[in-house]
Design a protein around this ligand. Structure first.
Ligand SMILES: Nc1nc2c(c(=O)[nH]1)N[C@H]1C(S)=C(S)[C@@H](COP(=O)(O)OP(=O)(O)OC[C@H]3O[C@@H](n4cnc5c(N)ncnc54)[C@H](O)[C@@H]3O)O[C@H]1N2
Ligand code: MOO
Length: 440
């Protein structure tokens, strides 16, 4: 705040979900694209338009094991009156030197092998006697057992039209045409295409490095016994896993006690490896709400974190700012486990997706019919309930109640049910928006 009347940042302002999110996204700076080896780019977003450098396939090749022939030679072939051709050799996949097929000749050819000069069609081996003289063949004989089949004669029982069983050079992709456009998420098939095009590296947006730390003197690591008043730190695991699922490289820092100095030095230690900092806990109005105390009091050189009230439930108290010399975005989420997870979905996930250049920044809402009454919802707040979504039936069933401590119920839900600010009752069979929480 600048001391004058700044309505937008007045401490009493109640922020809408959309305004808080817009403010966060507007302050992000996209990192420069990087070059990555293909498999290191999996799941990343392409940062440049790519052009096909060479045709696919690079040369005319056979789609069948059989005989490369001149179509005119076999036009009259039938089983009763086969056409006999002289076999001039084998063309295997990877063959460099190719024989020329003259009239009356055939070259035995394997799937993927280049169609030799002179030939304009391929007759599958099943339409021939395979060189055996014994009627229709089911297969070629292995070269190691019957090397003589690379020569001699073959009887062709059926005609093959010009171009039959030939995969033309460039029939998949022509040199110079677009291969993939910037913004494409690189999955297995896209990486396969890049490899086929001969590219070994690709320019992508790098995955943001997200550092997650939880705060609270009551927190104990899983695996440790609980003392009086203690609970296990679940948020840092949940949020780190959620950051990974969103596409980030996420690092979990153990829970920090409610001590301003420790929190500050712990955060400073993370500056070098963080593109985004996420904290949980310590943001409400208690006497030990150390995140708020520490970050709200940062000097201007250290950045500024603003603590806000949002018109949402759960997730009312939120902090956001840019801190440290590199002005790293920091999102301070509320400590209640459901609140921190819902806040992650609504605010941190879009940050990660924006930084990685992802075309789908937001979860897409889908309509669903509620199978039971959702009860009352606070007026003026956007409420996010947990639900089990059945996309086939188009229904959603509430899981657990509204309490933001209900960790087990959340683990059994797969969607958030969104109740708009102006809705106060949702009866059974009403249609609501749900946000499915699937992997993409
Ligand atoms: N007088 C008021 N009290 C509270 C208000 C309010 O407006 N006035 N807001 C409530 C709301 S809403 C929320 S949400 C919480 C937010 O609290 P904090 O962010 O300060 O979080 P803590 O107090 O540290 O913890 C809250 C709750 O969550 C548990 N917790 C915290 N961290 C973890 C963790 N890593 N793993 C598992 N559980 C965690 C903690 O033990 C508390 O039970 O404030 C309300 N209070
Ligand atoms: O907003 Mo708190 O997040 O309701 O529990």
């Amino acid at each position: 705040m600048n001391g004058t009347t700044d309505q937008a940042h007045h401490p009493d302002r109640v922020w809408s979900v959309a305004d808080h999110l817009d403010d966060i996204l507007a302050k992000l700076q996209l990192p420069a694209p990087v070059s990555r080896q293909l498999l290191d780019a999996q799941g990343c977003v392409l940062a440049e338009d790519l052009t096909v450098p060479l045709p696919l396939p690079p040369f005319d090749n056979s789609s069948m094991d059989g005989y490369a022939v001149r179509a005119a030679d076999v036009a009259a072939a039938t089983e009763g009156s086969p056409v006999t051709l002289t076999v001039i050799g084998d063309v295997a996949a990877g063959s460099g030197e190719l024989p020329t097929v003259e009239p009356g000749q055939a070259a035995r050819i394997m799937t993927g092998a280049p169609v030799p000069p002179g030939a304009d069609a391929v007759v599958p081996v099943e339409w021939t006697d395979g060189g055996t003289g014994l009627g229709p063949a089911a297969t070629m004989r292995a070269h190691s057992h019957a090397p003589q089949d690379a020569g001699g004669e073959v009887r062709v029982h059926r005609p093959a039209a010009d171009g039959a069983h030939v995969r033309r050079a460039g029939s998949d992709a022509r040199a110079g045409e677009p291969a993939l456009s910037a913004g494409t998420v690189l999955g297995p098939t896209q990486l396969g295409l890049l490899a086929a095009l001969g590219l070994d590296t690709v320019t992508v947006r790098r995955r943001p490095r997200v550092v997650v730390l939880s705060t609270g003197s009551e927190l104990v690591q899983p695996g440790e016994p609980l003392g009086p008043g203690q609970i296990h730190d679940s948020n840092s695991f949940q949020l780190t896993a959620a950051a990974r699922a969103a596409g980030a490289l996420a690092y979990r820092v153990g829970a920090v006690a409610d001590d301003a100095k420790t929190l500050r030095t712990t955060l400073e230690d993370q500056y070098a490896r963080a593109d985004v900092l996420v904290t949980s806990g310590g943001v409400s109005v208690g006497a030990y709400d150390v995140v708020k105390e520490t970050l709200a009091g940062l000097g201007t050189d250290e950045g500024r974190v603003e603590f806000r009230k949002l018109a949402m439930q759960p997730g009312k108290p939120q902090g956001f700012g840019l801190i440290g010399p590199d002005r790293i975005p920091l999102l301070a989420l509320p400590g209640n486990p459901v609140s921190s997870y819902v806040s992650f979905e609504l605010f941190v996930r879009p940050v990660i997706r924006t930084l990685m250049g992802h075309p789908e920044v937001h979860r897409r809402p889908v309509p669903a019919r509620v199978t039971a009454s959702l009860g009352s919802s606070p007026r003026g707040k956007r409420q996010f309930l947990r639900g089990a979504h059945d996309p086939v039936a188009g229904t959603v069933t509430p899981v657990g109640g509204t309490g933001s401590h209900l960790i087990k119920a959340m683990a059994h839900a797969d969607a958030l049910i969104v109740i708009p600010e102006d809705t106060t009752e949702v009866p059974a069979d009403a249609v609501v928006d749900v946000l499915p929480l699937g992997p993409c």
